[in-house]
Ligand binder design. Structure first.
Ligand code: PNS
Length: 160
């Protein structure tokens, strides 16, 4: 049986932490679907198409990784795709409450969909898309925090 994992998120933009998690997820599943939320509650900086394009550039071409977008509930998308695992990154204690609530709600909605948390590399535990956006917005250096293609997309987005 093919084990399919979903790695859902906003990826606005993808960081080094995200690409690391995609690689780690492959140890748990035969196929990983990087699932980009179309209508996240947040107002994204990048369009869905831009985020998908950046993810492909950042995570590279691996036949075991697919990039998809989804609308509505994650559990409905998981059912359509036959996924049995949700993978999320857990960076710090501050992530825990939100992640725990989401995991429990998803379990309530779909009992046989398991959430697993993976820890990013130590030097990326403080890294977040929102901080990257903020630094880039004010012209700060995001080298090393994001893939060069993402750094370039941020420069273009902020007209630098
Ligand atoms: O990267 P993010 O913004 O923390 O990702 C959050 C995301 C997109 C995974 C989450 O908001 C989500 O799953 N949205 C889909 C709607 C849904 O299923 N909500 C109920 C789960 S609590």
């Amino acid at each position: 049986m093919t084990r399919i994992a979903l790695y859902p998120g906003s990826f606005d933009p993808p960081t080094r932490g995200h690409s690391d998690l995609v690689t780690r997820s492959l140890a748990l599943a035969d196929q990983v679907i990087v699932a980009v939320a179309r209508n996240s509650a947040k107002q994204p900086l990048f369009t869905l198409e831009e985020r998908m394009e950046m993810l492909r550039a950042v995570c590279g071409d691996d036949p075991r990784v697919r990039y998809e977008s989804f609308d509505g509930l994650l559990v409905d998308f998981a059912r359509r795709e036959g996924a049995t695992l949700i993978v999320r990154g857990l960076r710090a204690v501050s992530d825990f409450e939100y992640e725990f609530q989401m995991a429990m709600m998803n379990r309530h909605l779909m009992a046989d969909l398991e959430t697993v948390f993976l820890v990013p590399p130590e030097d990326a535990t403080w890294l977040s898309s929102s901080l990257v956006r903020e630094v880039a917005r004010h012209g700060g250096d995001v080298t090393g925090l994001v893939h060069p293609a993402v750094a370039e997309a941020l420069r273009r987005k902020f007209g630098r």
